[in-house]
Write a protein that binds this ligand. Structure first.
Ligand code: PLP
Ligand code: COI
Length: 353
C-alpha cells in the first residue's frame, strides 16, 4: 500500500525540552488509515495532526472498541533516531485487536509507516536527558450503529508527542496505594489487552490514591483480592532477598515490554527472576523480615520507577531508606543506555530510523 503525504502549512512551535512533561504536546503530522470489510486497510496517509470527524453514533463512543500502544523513539548522542522493541509493541497491538474483536494490522507495513512519519517529524525528537518521542498507535471503531456487535469499520492512527518523565517525581521514588475497594480487571476479561476501558476502570481508585498523596494504584487480583497484579501504568518488581520477583502474567495484567526487558537483563546478570503469585500479605511479611530490599515499576512511559512506600489499608510498607536501590539504578542505567544508544544493543532491541 502507498502512503500519501500531505504536509501542513501551519507548523507549530516546538516547546523547549524543559517544558515537555508527559503527553501535552503533539507534532505537526499523524499517520492514519481506514478499514472496511470490503477494502481491508486502505487510504494510508500522513496528514496534518487535526481533529477526527466522527458521527455521534460511532461505535467507539458507545461500546468502547478502542485499543492503543505506547512506545518511544530516542535521540542518540550522535543525533540519530532509534526505536526500542517497536515490533513487540505492534505484536501486542495485534493481540489487543484480536481480544477486542478488531482487525489486525500488518506489522511490517505499520513499521514502515511509523518510520516515514518520524522522518517527517524528525526535528520533534527531543535530545535532552530523559526526553524522547512518545508514539501512540491507536485503533477505534467507526461504524455508525447502536446495536451491540463488533464494528465493521475502523480508523487506525499514530500520533507523536515529545515527552520527558511521566511522573512529577521524575526518578525520585514513588509512593503507591493498594486499592481495597476497586479492581481493574479479572482473568478471562480484557485486562491483558491495552484497551481504553481498562484505564477508565482505573480512574476512581486512581483519584482516591492521588487524594491520599500517592502517585498511582497498585492493583490486587479481582477474584481473591489478595495477589499483586500491576500498577496503573507499569508492571511491578520486588527484590526479595537476592531474588527478583514479579507477578506472573495472570491474564488480567498487561504483558509489559519493559517487564520482559527487565527480566532478560536481570537473568543475564545471574539474578534469579521468579514470575509467580505474590500476595500482599507476603509483601508485608517480607518487609517485617527485612527481606524486601527494593521495589520498582517498569513501563515505557514510567521507564524504571523506584517505589519507596506501599500503602495497604492502615499498613504502610516502607522500602529501604527511601532512595532508589542499587539494582533499580543498575536496571535503569542499562535499559536507558541501550534505548538512547549510549551502549551497544546486546539484546537486539533497537531499530534505527
Ligand atoms: N501495565 C499497564 C497497565 C500499562 O499501561 C503499561 C504501559 O504501557 C505497562 C504495564 C507497561 O508496559 P510496557 O512496558 O510495555 O510499556
Ligand atoms: C505507556 O507506558 O506507554 C503507557 O501506555 C502508560 C500510559 C501513559 C497509559
Amino acid at each position: 500500500m502507498e502512503i500519501s503525504v500531505l504536509e501542513t502549512e501551519k507548523k507549530r512551535i516546538k516547546p523547549e525540552d524543559s517544558k515537555l512533561g508527559f503527553g501535552q504536546f503533539f507534532t505537526d503530522h499523524m499517520f492514519s488509515m481506514d478499514y472496511s470489510e470490503e477494502k481491508g486497510w486502505h487510504d494510508a496517509r500522513i496528514e496534518p495532526y487535526s481533529e477526527i470527524s466522527l458521527l455521534p453514533a460511532a461505535m467507539v463512543f458507545h461500546y468502547g472498541q478502542a485499543i492503543f500502544e505506547g512506545l518511544k523513539a530516542y535521540r542518540t548522542p550522535e543525533g540519530k533516531i532509534q526505536l526500542f522493541r517497536a515490533r513487540d509493541n505492534f505484536a501486542r497491538f495485534n493481540r489487543s485487536a484480536k481480544g477486542m474483536c478488531m482487525p489486525e494490522i500488518d506489522v511490517d507495513f505499520v513499521m514502515q509507516a511509523l518510520k516515514k512519519l518520524i522522518l517527517v517529524e524528525k526535528n520533534w525528537v527531543p535530545g535532552s536527558d530523559g526526553t524522547s518521542l512518545y508514539i501512540r498507535p491507536t485503533m477505534i471503531a467507526t461504524d455508525s450503529f447502536l446495536g451491540v456487535r463488533a464494528s465493521n469499520t475502523y480508523r487506525f492512527f499514530i500520533i507523536l508527542s515529545p515527552v520527558a518523565a511521566y511522573y512529577a517525581e521524575g526518578f525520585n521514588p514513588l509512593k503507591i496505594w493498594v486499592s481495597t475497594d476497586h479492581v481493574r480487571a479479572v482473568r478471562g476479561g480484557v485486562g491483558e489487552f491495552k484497551t481504553a476501558g481498562n484505564y477508565a476502570a482505573s480512574l476512581t481508585a486512581g483519584t482516591e490514591a492521588v487524594e491520599a498523596g500517592y502517585a498511582q494504584v497498585l492493583w490486587l487480583d479481582g477474584i481473591e483480592r489478595k495477589y499483586i497484579e500491576e500498577v496503573g501504568a507499569m508492571n511491578i518488581f520486588f527484590l526479595m532477598g537476592d531474588k527478583l520477583v514479579t507477578p506472573e502474567l495472570s491474564g488480567s495484567i498487561l504483558p509489559g515490554i519493559t517487564r520482559y526487558s527487565v527480566i532478560q537483563l536481570a537473568q543475564k546478570w545471574g539474578i534469579t527472576v521468579s514470575e509467580r503469585k505474590i500476595s500482599i500479605d507476603e509483601l508485608i511479611e517480607a518487609e517485617k523480615a527485612g527481606e524486601l530490599k527494593e521495589v520498582f515499576g517498569s513501563g515505557t512511559a514510567a521507564v524504571i520507577s523506584p517505589v519507596k512506600e506501599v500503602r495497604y489499608g492502615d499498613k504502610v510498607i516502607k522500602i529501604g531508606d527511601g532512595t532508589p536501590g542499587t539494582l533499580t539504578m543498575k536496571l535503569y542505567n542499562a535499559l536507558t543506555d541501550i534505548q538512547y544508544g549510549k551502549k551497544e544493543d546486546t539484546e537486539n532491541w533497537i531499530e534505527p530510523i
